[in-house]
Design a protein around this ligand. Structure first.
Ligand SMILES: [Zn+2]
Length: 335
């Protein structure tokens, strides 16, 4: 399973709050048929550096509007504190000037490429996206007459840039009214999401610490014993009104955070946090690795790995870091 950071859960707004308006309960019937996955945008999709972004038209039509909204909320990439490098241009050393950001609010700077881009043209490209659109695809780097070139890029009323600007402003106006209506709901959603997530993490931490199994043989709603995870979560709900409300709100649908996949992801995220603490504790001190290997009935080798070291107060510490299968390189990667 791909390692997931705990920040993935706590850092995100609740899934319901990043849905496009067209997927809300007010949307038309067709849009309601979209699956939840189709309208979700990962936080990793929204990239600050313009060079590293995926072209807007490469996003599925279902999420393109949401991607635009996220970029508009984030604002143009204008790293004013960046140490802009100097480049030899026509015999003189020149560099990007941060004052250009004050004059051109659409202007973006890519630190990885030392180049300027246009946010509006990125969000609302016209014509062939593979064409020679320097402010979208390649980046503008001629700092000698940059100011003039930026104004040229803005062009007249019918320029591509101005066409993008009009679309940008229309999009913002539409979103503005809608966002005001929805923002209060989203804030409330986020609070409830965090209550639910914290309860799930509590249950997972307890079961992990006690070394108890998570799953039950029969996890159906009619089962008498649905496994430790679901039973403990149910007990939590029965004893805590706030958690109970958070779990039983109908508006969250499948976003209950109780599926086996989510359980495993959060366990892995917790394990990653624990390993981080162990590594920080060891720092640059000497340590030894204790490995105990055994084979199961299918002749599959498993290695239990323990790190042994002396902490800052002179105490010998042994930390179990995990069970890994097979080869040493796998173990090194794991650590
Ligand atoms: Zn532009």
């Amino acid at each position: 399973m791909k390692n997931a950071s705990i920040k993935k859960y706590f850092g995100n707004t609740p899934k319901s709050s990043i849905e496009t308006p067209s997927s809300s309960s007010h949307a038309n019937e067709n849009n309601n048929k979209r699956s939840r996955e189709e309208v979700e945008v990962s936080e990793y999709e929204i990239v600050g550096d313009p060079t590293l972004r995926k072209p807007i038209n490469d996003y599925s039509i279902n999420i393109r509007e949401e991607v635009r909204r996220r970029y508009i909320t984030k604002g143009a990439c204008q790293p004013k504190a960046h140490n802009f490098p100097k480049t030899q241009i026509c015999g003189q050393l020149r560099k990007f000037q941060k004052t250009w950001f004050d004059r051109f609010c659409w202007l973006e700077y890519s630190a990885s490429k030392d180049a300027a881009f246009s946010l509006w043209c990125y969000l609302f490209p016209t014509g062939n996206r593979h064409g020679d659109e320097v402010f979208i695809n390649h980046g503008f780097r001629n700092w000698k007459k940059a100011f003039e070139n930026f104004r040229d890029h803005e062009g007249g009323q019918n320029s591509r840039h101005n066409h993008a600007r009009v679309q940008f402003e229309l999009f913002k106006d539409q979103r503005h009214n809608l966002d005001n209506v929805l923002s209060q709901k989203f804030k409330q959603d986020e609070i409830v999401y965090r209550v639910r997530l914290t309860a799930v993490v509590d249950v997972i931490r307890f079961l992990s610490k006690q070394g108890l199994a998570f799953r039950g043989h029969d996890e159906s709603i009619s089962s008498n014993s649905r496994g430790n995870f679901l039973e403990l979560a149910t007990l939590y709900c029965e004893r805590n009104d706030e958690v109970n409300k958070a779990f039983n709100s109908k508006s969250y649908g499948n976003n209950q955070l109780t599926s086996p996949k989510i359980q495993k992801e959060i366990v892995n995220a917790c394990a990653a946090e624990v390993r981080k603490i162990i590594v920080n504790e060891i720092k640059d001190k000497f340590f030894s690795i204790l490995i105990d290997e055994s084979r199961d009935c299918s002749i599959k080798e498993q290695m239990a790995v323990v790190l042994r070291y002396v902490d800052d107060v002179g105490e010998v510490i042994e930390r179990f870091v995990g069970v890994v299968g097979g080869m040493l390189p796998t173990l090194v990667h794991h650590l």
